[in-house]
Design a binder for this molecule. Structure first.
Ligand code: EAX
Length: 323
């Protein structure tokens, strides 16, 4: 009897040791809060990874730039000090220049167009460009169409942007385009933006409704214009060496978990877009929602000519005309 118990006890102890040893924990981070389109993405991903690997892999989730801004987190993934990140493509061209083309203003008609391009051959081909830079890009996700906010005035047309000092992402395409509008551009990492707006270091910023809401920018910005001037993708990046060490089945589990994360992420962006304006108006923002986008497009003509030279007119057209 005693011996039996001892054997059972020892077997259980060994079992615990074995399962503890087999569990690997990885880190993933985002720059927005947990209650956001990015939070729901990584929460879903973590749950799916655990489920699909029978609990052998656990993903620890970090929100609100707790591990640093997006550039820092992508750098950490490249170095391997952090296994995963879900980030906007803002700082990505500094690592994978081929992705720059996605940041061209007024490239995508709507979210359905952007999602189709990213999930189709053009987007999948771009994911492959990350391999040579030490990343495995698991899938595209979404930040959404970016809109302008500021503390100075209602922006109704491009002429109203002249002289506004705006925080931009650390993204060369955005910076060139916004300069084309006459904006005084101040590139800055996302975790610094709220304070910069609050202290008046900059007059404004631009981000999708999902980010504006999650980051409570309504507390420090009065004017919102639905410019939708550029689509902002997100991307799941993983350290390539870590990914390569996974078994074939586990690789598939991570890829599928990212797809599930993106589904939840896009659904939340849709939800935020549907109710965001009413929400922000209720919080006191003035929202200009009847923007004539063609005026903004015209104002950008010289910059666009530059982009066509840089990225190839045919490549831009291929994305624009993708059905
Ligand atoms: O990904 O830096 C930005 O403005 C991004 O849109 C934000 O970090 C969410």
């Amino acid at each position: 009897m005693k011996l039996n118990k001892l054997i059972i006890g020892m077997t259980m102890a060994l079992g615990i040791v074995a399962s503890a040893a087999a569990q690997t924990t990885m880190k993933i981070s985002i720059s927005t809060s947990q209650n956001s389109h990015q939070g729901v993405a990584i929460d879903t991903f973590a749950k799916e990874v655990e489920k699909r690997t029978g609990g052998r892999y656990k993903v620890q989730t970090f929100y609100s730039g707790a591990l640093g801004g997006e550039r820092e987190s992508i750098e950490a993934v490249q170095l391997g000090t952090q296994e995963l990140a879900f980030s906007s493509t803002g700082p990505v061209p500094n690592f994978v220049p081929e992705t720059k083309i996605l940041d061209v203003p007024f490239l995508f008609r709507d979210k359905a167009h952007a999602r189709a391009v990213l999930d189709g051959p053009i987007g999948q081909d771009l994911l492959g460009k990350f391999d040579a830079k030490g990343f495995k890009a698991l899938a595209w996700g979404e930040n959404g169409f970016r809109h302008m906010t500021n503390s100075k005035r209602d922006v109704k047309g491009p002429e109203d942007l002249k002289g506004l000092k705006m925080r931009t992402m650390e993204n060369p395409v955005h910076i060139a385009a916004y300069k084309g509008f006459g904006i005084i551009t101040t590139p800055m990492a996302f975790p610094e933006v709220f304070t910069a707006l609050q202290q008046g270091t900059v007059d404004g910023q631009e981000n999708p409704l999902s980010v504006i809401i999650a980051s409570k920018f309504d507390q420090v910005q009065k004017h919102l214009s639905l410019t939708g001037h550029v689509y902002s993708p997100c991307i799941w990046v993983m350290n390539k060496a870590v990914f390569d060490k996974l078994s074939a089945a586990d690789k598939q589990a991570f890829l599928d978990a990212a797809k599930e994360g993106t589904k939840a992420n896009r659904a939340r962006v849709d939800e935020d877009d549907a109710k965001g304006v009413a929400d922000l108006r209720a919080k006191g923002m003035t929202v200009i929602d009847n923007i004539d986008k063609s005026k903004f497009v015209t104002a950008l003509a010289p910059v666009n000519a530059e982009f066509e030279k840089q990225f190839g007119k045919a490549n831009i057209e291929k994305i624009r005309n993708y059905k």
